[in-house]
Write a new protein. Structure first.
Length: 308
């Protein structure tokens, strides 16, 4: 694999004039926050709307489990403490497993709405990286039009792999030793992580360049392995809000949970696509640098071949 093997042809920048962006991700965020705070909050809210089915279904599952804990007659919770059902723990575990299966299956369908993040929101951040301003409606619609199919297939594969991991662990934990079940699940999780990272790279490529399917798949594969450690680091970093929500277990009543909830509602949902797409745009800039003259002014040549 060589740097020159990556094509990344026909950039989708014909509708604007690119400017040189040498800012780090943090400094770039501060610029957008200072100049377009309202739009940052709006885009964060938009991403939350797309994630609402998954969030709502997980909260619904937690409520069902909480109600189940109240209704089952544990020792000391019935009469004067003498009415105890034998096997109540087994009944509880069985019912919790049913609720988890239901929730996971419904989340598989609810997650499909997130394909709009991998198409429209990625396009919004693509343009903001080039022009230094956050515009939402026009680039969002252009991104959905250009990249919806790639984003939809990618979302199906990512959601399906996550669902498959849950099902695999539940199945292996009932037929194999606990340690073996955990080891196998961790190994498959690493495979799913690499798959998800590749699909994120693919969506960043396809929302930024207009190429054939074969070339998009090839360029994404090369980019994944030409820069593996930074790719993995930024991919895990962009998932920080998801990791925090999993850690609190969708329970936002405690102090830590309330802090996480405030972070998500302020910038947490915006943070995920921003961190990843900004990193990818800096990677793309290595292949298509924006030239500047001696005075520091951006020089961009527009051609009729550039994609709109």
């Amino acid at each position: 694999m060589k740097f020159k093997d990556v094509l990344l042809d026909n950039e989708r920048n014909g509708h604007l004039t690119k400017r040189l962006n040498r800012l780090s991700g943090w400094k770039f965020f501060l610029v957008l926050w200072r100049n377009n705070m309202g739009r940052v909050l709006l885009l964060n809210f938009l991403v939350l709307i797309f994630a609402l089915p998954v969030i709502g279904l997980n909260l619904w599952g937690n409520v069902l489990i909480s109600e189940l804990q109240v209704t089952l007659p544990y020792y000391g919770s019935f009469g004067m403490g003498t009415g105890v059902w034998t096997g109540v723990i087994d009944v509880y575990n069985s019912r919790v497993m049913e609720i988890n299966h239901q929730t996971a299956l419904l989340c598989l369908a609810g997650a499909l709405l997130l394909c709009l993040v991998l198409s429209g929101v990625f396009a919004v951040l693509r343009d903001s990286f080039w022009i230094g301003q956050l515009r939402i409606i026009k680039p969002f619609m252009m991104g959905v039009k250009a990249n919806f199919l790639y984003a939809f297939v990618s979302t199906c594969l990512i959601a399906g792999s996550v669902y498959g991991l849950f099902e695999f662990y539940w199945w292996t934990s009932s037929v194999l030793a606990q340690w073996l079940s955990i080891v196998l699940t961790v190994l498959l999780s690493l495979v799913a992580l690499l798959l998800a990272m590749y699909l994120f790279i693919l969506c960043s490529v396809t929302v930024t360049y207009k190429q054939s399917v074969r070339q998009n798949l090839k360029d994404s594969w090369l980019l994944m392995w030409l820069n593996p450690i930074p790719n993995l680091f930024h991919f895990v970093a962009c998932l920080l809000p998801v990791i925090l929500v999993v850690l609190v277990g969708f329970n936002f009543t405690g102090l830590f949970g309330m802090v996480v909830l405030m972070f998500i509602f302020m910038v947490g949902a915006f943070y995920i696509p921003f961190v990843w797409q900004t990193f990818m745009m800096r990677t793309f800039a290595l292949f298509h640098p924006v030239a500047v003259n001696k005075k520091g002014e951006t020089i961009v040549k527009k051609t009729s071949e550039q994609g709109a």
